[in-house]
Design a protein around this ligand. Structure first.
Ligand SMILES: NC(=O)c1ccc[n+]([C@@H]2O[C@H](COP(=O)([O-])OP(=O)(O)OC[C@H]3O[C@@H](n4cnc5c(N)ncnc54)[C@H](OP(=O)(O)O)[C@@H]3O)[C@@H](O)[C@H]2O)c1
Length: 354
């Protein structure tokens, strides 16, 4: 199969470089589905792993990155029960396996979902990794109650009413994860959503997705949120720069509240600020279930199916903002350069092999 590997000779932090390689089809384990990749999307993780690949995977002949993918199931392992050949699926891959910058991807069926029927492969490829992260962060780590049983009429649903007065601050609202988190927090949980964005275009994007208010993460967050009339927020979801935003998150968090972060800190975080409020910090790491083979990894299959259902109902919108075609070394380079600006809005997708 055709794949695109990191070009270790030319690649550097500033100069993303990939080369076309011919590889054998991936091994299909007993719980795996083999997906013929139709489209992929890139994530900041791809950029981080591009530089780390030789260290983390020195034994590999070709380092193929990429996690998000959508495509067709072409083979199934002996114990696969959720899918059959021909199913249209999407997934966020597995952190320690060869990736989705390739014509075929083998993934454990328990972390694969049926793609939304109403979206193309291109649009579906944007969704999996960010949806899993946003969903697990909100509904599992922060323990917010979702309203996914009857979200057809969200305003009338009891959970919606119950959550209506509660608020969430989503830091990094216009990014890939933020774009799903805003929608889930507003349209599925019925929270009052304050998101952060720093530019006219990203502010508008957050509002279009359902943010009630948008504040600027380059300015004083506490001052801006207080100016909205909110002394505290019930939840804080940190999707960008824990070091920069943790103190403000603690100050704005309601007593007994929870902060969830998906990004590491590089300096010690002040736990006293949480202790004084009887509050807590939880971490979301979306690859933990598949990496550790946790007993509940099937939950990711269910949540991806639920996201598809909500997309098909029109509750959730697709978050892709840029599609490059075909999937090749030059477009991968461009997508990585885009990500490295730290200013992308929504998701970047690549579609089709030549
Ligand atoms: N733990 C996990 O499971 C997990 C999963 C997915 C992602 N992640 C990590 O989470 C981070 C976000 O991922 P993503 O895909 O959402 O990223 P992204 O799409 O690259 O985020 C881009 C957005 O970040 C905003 N931004 C830039 N600098 C910021 C800052 N200092 N504070 C707040 N916002 C800032 C920008 O908004 P403006 O242009 O408006 O400034 C831009 O819209 C990445 O570090 C990624 O590796 C972790």
């Amino acid at each position: 199969m055709k794949a695109f590997a990191v070009d270790e000779v030319q690649n550097s932090q500033e100069n993303p470089c990939f080369r076309a390689v011919e590889l054998d089809l991936p091994h299909v384990g007993e719980h795996d589905v083999l997906i013929e990749v139709k489209a992929i999307s890139v994530n900041p993780l791809d950029v981080k792993r591009r530089m780390l690949a030789p260290v983390l995977e020195p034994q590999l002949r070709a380092r193929v990155l990429g996690w998000d993918a959508s495509g067709l199931v072409t083979r199934i392992g002996e114990k696969v029960s959720l899918f059959k050949v021909g199913d249209e699926v999407y997934c966020a891959g597995e952190i320690n396996r060869s990736g989705s910058y390739a014509q075929y991807l083998a993934v454990d069926e328990r972390i694969v979902g049926f793609k939304p029927r109403t979206l193309s492969f291109e649009r579906s490829a944007a969704l999996a990794l960010t949806s899993i992260t946003a969903w697990e962060g909100l509904f599992e780590r922060l323990r917010i109650k979702p309203n996914f049983e009857s979200v057809k009429a969200p305003v009338a649903h009891p959970h919606y009413a119950q959550n209506r007065q509660k608020s969430i601050l989503i830091i990094g609202g216009a990014g890939g994860v933020g774009s799903m988190a805003i929608q889930l927090a507003h349209h599925v949980a019925g929270l009052h959503v304050v998101a952060t964005a720093s530019r006219g275009q990203s502010v508008q994007w957050c509002k279009d997705l359902g943010a009630h208010e948008v504040v600027d993460h380059t300015r004083d967050l506490v001052e801006q949120v207080r100016a909205l009339g909110l002394k505290f927020v019930d939840h804080v979801f940190i999707l960008n720069d824990s070091d920069q935003h943790f103190d403000a998150a603690c100050e704005l968090l309601a007593p007994q509240g929870l902060i969830c972060s998906i990004v590491p800190n590089h300096r010690p975080l002040n736990m006293d600020a949480l202790r004084a409020k009887s509050a807590g910090l939880v971490w979301e790491a979306m690859f933990v279930r598949s990496k550790e083979r946790t007993e509940d990894m099937l939950e990711q299959h269910h949540l991806l199916n639920e996201v598809s259902r909500l997309v098909d109902l029109g509750v959730l919108k697709d978050t892709s903002t840029q599609v490059y075609s075909p999937i090749d070394a030059e477009h991968l380079r461009q997508a990585h350069l885009d990500l490295q600006t730290h200013r992308t809005i929504g998701k970047i997708v690549l579609a089709g092999f030549e």
